[in-house]
Design a protein around this ligand. Structure first.
Ligand code: G3H
Ligand code: 13P
Ligand code: ZN
Length: 329
């Protein structure tokens, strides 16, 4: 069932976070759908501009519509990840995306406000939600002076002002995470204190954590043992932090790198162990199964595990009508 991020955030706020995963292929979509049904958890499917170029806008929409038909028990929202203004308008007009992210965080504050405000007006006219970003998400390096380090984090006062001026529906905050596999070089971790300050200024407002892959050491080691050449110092966000983040208003947690690591490990190990094979469906099937298990584990860490019935009941109540029954009912 395709729902909006706003509906999911209403149920999740303060109690659990919803995993937002990037997709590029049919195998990822099937793994996500099966994994989330097994976990009995809702999910957010994210589509980046790169994914739209890679697979094609129409292909991605049809893959998701097909998955919805094949696995009707799944509850998901479709979201544009890190969009520019033009792509946001394209997604808003498509009628398929329930929310878009306008990423103008690299612009000065006033320009970010102006761009975000324009997108919010166009989106809200069509019932689409808008995620915006304030503060500069990036690597937090140990050799950066403390002042500079904090200058990159989201300022709580500015964040509240930004939300008031733009009317956006959720906000991606910079609290020490960054994209990719190399987030921390030493003992740094998330700035939970900063998150608490942001929530104090924006009570009840959904916050988003980007760059939240865990980059498990064991996964990196297995990839390298199967011929990969990843920097063994690769380090991500300890998934145990999610339980500290969702009580502080984080309702959406973005994960992409970890999904790529599962894919890379499965395929490298498969072709190392079966050099005679050229049927790509064999490693693809292993990937889908492993990816489903990975999703079940992430859902436990995010706290979304086991909340599907409750989400369906809340949606049903809000819509005042009965939702489609599970296939076995
Ligand atoms: O934050 C970006 C996501 O990891 C998507 O990556 O732009 O390479 O599709 P991508
Ligand atoms: P990771 O690189 O940590 O998976 O972050 C993904 C992300 O934030 C997508 O928007
Ligand atoms: Zn991101």
């Amino acid at each position: 069932m395709l729902v909006t991020t706003a509906e999911l955030f209403k149920v999740a706020y303060g109690r659990f976070a919803i995993g937002a995963y990037n997709i590029n292929s049919m195998e990822q979509v099937l793994g996500l759908f099966h994994g989330h049904v097994e976990a009995q958890a809702p999910m957010i499917i994210q589509i980046s501009e790169g994914a739209r170029r890679y697979a094609g806008v129409t292909m991605l929409e049809h893959i998701l519509r097909a998955a919805e038909e094949m696995i009707p028990e799944a509850v998901f929202a479709v979201h544009l990840d890190h969009g520019d203004e033009a792509t946001c308008y394209d997604c808003i007009d498509s009628g398929f995306y329930s929310s878009v992210m306008i990423d103008a965080s690299h612009e000065p504050f006033e320009e970010n406000v102006a761009i975000t405000r324009r997108v919010v007006e166009r989106a809200h006219a069509k019932g689409v939600s808008v995620e915006a970003e304030m503060g500069m998400l990036g690597g937090v390096e140990e050799n950066i002076q403390v002042d500079e380090k904090h200058a990159r984090l989201t300022d709580p006062v500015e964040a509240a002002e930004f939300v008031r001026l733009t009317g956006c529906d959720s906000l991606a905050v910079a609290i020490g995470t960054s994209h990719g596999a190399y987030k921390f070089t030493g003992t740094q971790s998330l700035h939970i204190d900063r998150l608490a300050e942001i929530q104090q200024r924006l009570p009840g407002f959904p916050l988003v954590m980007h760059g939240s892959s865990s980059v498990p050491h064991e996964e990196v080691e297995r990839i390298n043992a199967a011929g990969g050449a990843l920097d063994p110092s690769a380090k991500g966000v300890d998934a145990d932090y999610f339980a500290q983040a969702y009580p502080l208003g984080v309702t959406k947690v973005n994960i992409d790198t970890d999904c790529r690591l599962v894919w890379t490990r499965v395929h490298r190990e498969h072709f190392r162990d079966h050099p005679e094979n050229f049927d790509f469906r064999e490693p693809a099937q292993v990937f889908m199964d492993e990816f489903s298990h990975f999703i079940v584990h992430k859902s436990q860490k995010l706290g979304s595990y086991g909340h599907l019935e409750e989400v369906r009941a809340a949606l049903s109540e809000a819509q005042g009508e009965s939702l489609p029954l599970k296939p076995d009912q």
